[in-house]
Structure formats: C-alpha cells, structure tokens
Design a protein around this ligand. Structure first.
Ligand code: CP3
Length: 335
C-alpha cells in the first residue's frame, strides 16, 4: 500500500463520490452533445476527459474512473438505458437460467473500452492514484431484478424468499464477472478499487450474510491473491449493525462510511488497521455556509486519530454549488 500510506502520513486526502458529474458545467457541456449515457461511459476519450474534470478544477487527491455500476448487466447481455428524470432502466432478469450459455470472454469484450479509458487517464496523470470500481454484486442484482431504481424493493425481497438458490447462483455469476472486470481494471492501471454496495442496507442478518458478505468476501479474497498491494475500498452502505459482521468476515483495507454508521466501529477499525473514508452528508454540502464549515471541521476532529480519507456519505448531488466544494477542500487542506 506504498502510495497510499505515504499520502496518509502527511495529510488527509480528499475526493468525492460521483465527483465527475452533473454539478460541473464542463460535464454538462459534454453530456448535452452525447445524450446516451452508456455511449459516454464507453467512449475512452470522453470518459477520460470527464474523469479528469474534477481533478483539473479542484485538484482532488484521487481520480475515480468515470463509468457506472450498471455496465455489468450490459456486459451480461441486458439492455441498459438511462432516462432523464427516470434514472436507469434495465431489461429485467427473471431467473439464472437466462445465463446458462454465458461466455465470460464475450462479456468482458463488451467492457474493453473501459480499459482504454483507464490507460488514457494514467497516461495523462500518472502521478495520481486512480480508483477503479464495480457495483457490489447484491446492488447490481437488485437493479437487474427490479429493472431500475426502486423505492421499496419489494420484488427483490420477494424473489430472494421464493427462490433463494436460484438467486444465490445468479449472484455468483455477477460476482465472478465483477472480479474479472476489476482484475482487468488493475492490469490496465487502476491503483485502488472500490466496491459500491449501495443497497446493502435492505437485508436482514441472514440474507446479508448470503447476499452481501459472501460475494464481497469472494471479491476481496480473489483480488488479494493476484494483487496483494492494491487497496480495496468497501462501501456496504446503510448496513447498520450488520457492518460488524462485514468487517469481522472481510479483511477491508478501506471502509467508506455512510451517515449513520455505529460509533463503536471507530475503535474496532483502528484495531484492525482499517482506513476510514467519509462521511460528509451531500445535503449539507448543498446548504453551505457556516453549517458546512462546522460539519467539515467536526468530521476532521472526529477522525483526527484515525487513518482517514475525507469524502461524502453518498454521491455528490447535481445541484451542489461549486463554491461549497471549493470551501470544503480548503478547510480539509488547511486543517
Ligand atoms: O464517482 C464517480 O465520479 C465515478 C462515476 C460513477 C457514476 N456512477 C457516474 C454516474 C460511479 C462510481 C457510479 C456508481 C453508481 N451508479 C452507483 C453506486 C453509488 C451510489 O450512488 O449509490 C449506483 C447505484 C449507480 C446507478 C446509477 N447510475 C443511478 C441510480 C443513476 C441515476 C441517478 C443519477 O444520479 O442520475 C446513474 C447515472 C449516473 N452515474 C450519472 C453519473 C455521472 C448521471 C448520469 C447523467 O449524466 O445523466
């Protein structure tokens, strides 16, 4: 973890989830010309340019690849579309037998433009740590079953109850493809990878074990065998107290914290030498003013005795004022 420990020694590094996106006028200009979001993710020149926009503007400490977690269902042969206001629409999956003839090489071939993007980013900014990523297997599964963003996720919960073994097999396919995808990202130049398990909080203890811990553990173990020095950031969002079994079972390098993580986690993380990342509320970043300044300082104090990377508790929102991002970076860098 050479680069990373060097960086952590001198100061608290800072980057934001979704730092490349619609709060940036330079992103919106590109987006206006390319209406199809997936085309943008698979255009290496534009995706590299977008990944570097927040670096050029704010000099964040990390670059995160511009892409989306829903390229995995696309690689599995499903139609994926992003509609303005509606969000993503994914051709629904009913059961695992749909993938009985799946060819992993063909699937990976569909993701090859992402590897070109990574190489282009590294060529342009070799000195920056580049974060590659994938969705957490359970989060990707929820989108594949629900067909898009869902308010209450009734369908996935019902299907898991009705047909548990089928869905355990399906999540294995998603997990194996995600591992191959992250391996290729690392080979192409990603120095760190992150697993966005955004919907981990939906599950009770037993389901959490089968559908969150086991797949995330498999990703961790397989990647560490091949790339022991590449740090992995896990983000099992809104896990509540299940987070304790997460870190008991999975050897995390870095844990990305949501708004409401249990405070006992702090000491446990220290014992286990886990780097903590987080956790400014994106709503407060929108509000700005004294409330933002106080909150940023509070977070810096709270984590001052821990290895800490400053970040948000979830992705930055499109109406976030640029000046609030600048202010936050200034406070963190001068703390
Ligand atoms: O962090 C970064 O800067 C890298 C890029 C990135 C995007 N999506 C780009 C994006 C990352 C890491 C993601 C992850 C992602 N995508 C997650 C996990 C993290 C989270 O937010 O919970 C999830 C669940 C998705 C799925 C997704 N993609 C949704 C639900 C949406 C629509 C909602 C929205 O914010 O528009 C997207 C679209 C998306 N992904 C955009 C961007 C910049 C907006 C697309 C646009 O320009 O219209």
């Amino acid at each position: 973890m050479n680069n990373l420990s060097k960086l952590l020694k001198n100061k608290t590094p800072i980057w934001f989830m979704r730092q490349a996106g619609r709060y940036l006028p330079e992103y919106k200009r590109i987006r206006k010309k390319e209406k199809n979001f997936l085309n943008l993710c698979f255009n290496p020149d534009l995706a590299a340019e977008i990944s570097l926009q927040p670096i050029n503007r704010f000099n964040f400490d990390f670059v995160i690849l511009f892409c989306d977690i829903l390229v995995i269902p696309y690689a599995l042969g499903k139609e994926v579309d992003f509609k303005e206001k509606l969000g993503p629409i994914i051709e629904k999956t009913r059961n695992v037998s749909e993938f009985k003839n799946l060819n992993y090489d063909t699937s990976m071939e569909r993701l090859s433009p992402v590897m070109e993007t990574i190489k282009k980013i590294k060529e342009q900014r070799p000195e920056k740590n580049l974060i590659g990523f994938c969705g957490g297997p359970f989060t990707v599964l929820t989108y594949m079953i629900e067909g898009g963003t869902s308010k209450n996720h009734l369908l996935i919960k019902k299907k898991i109850k009705e047909n548990r073994e089928d869905f355990k097999n399906l999540i294995k396919i998603i997990t194996n493809l995600s591992i191959k995808y992250l391996e290729l990202q690392i080979i192409s130049g990603a120095n760190i990878v992150k697993v966005f398990e955004s919907w981990a909080g939906l599950l009770d203890e037993k389901d959490y074990d089968d559908f969150v811990i086991k797949p995330n553990k498999k990703i961790q173990e397989d990647l560490k065998k091949k790339f022991p020095s590449i740090p992995i950031i896990f983000f099992p969002r809104n896990s509540g107290r299940n987070i304790f079994s997460f870190i008991k079972n999975i050897d995390c390098d870095i844990l990305s914290l949501d708004k409401e993580f249990p405070k006992e986690l702090l000491n446990l993380a220290k014992e286990k030498k886990i780097i903590l990342q987080g956790n400014l509320d994106p709503q407060i970043l929108i509000e700005g003013g004294k409330k933002l300044e106080d909150e940023v300082k509070k977070i810096m104090m709270e984590f001052s005795n821990y290895n800490h990377i400053f970040n948000l508790s979830h992705g930055i929102l499109p109406i976030t004022p640029i000046k609030n991002v600048e202010k936050t970076i200034e406070i963190v860098r001068n703390f």
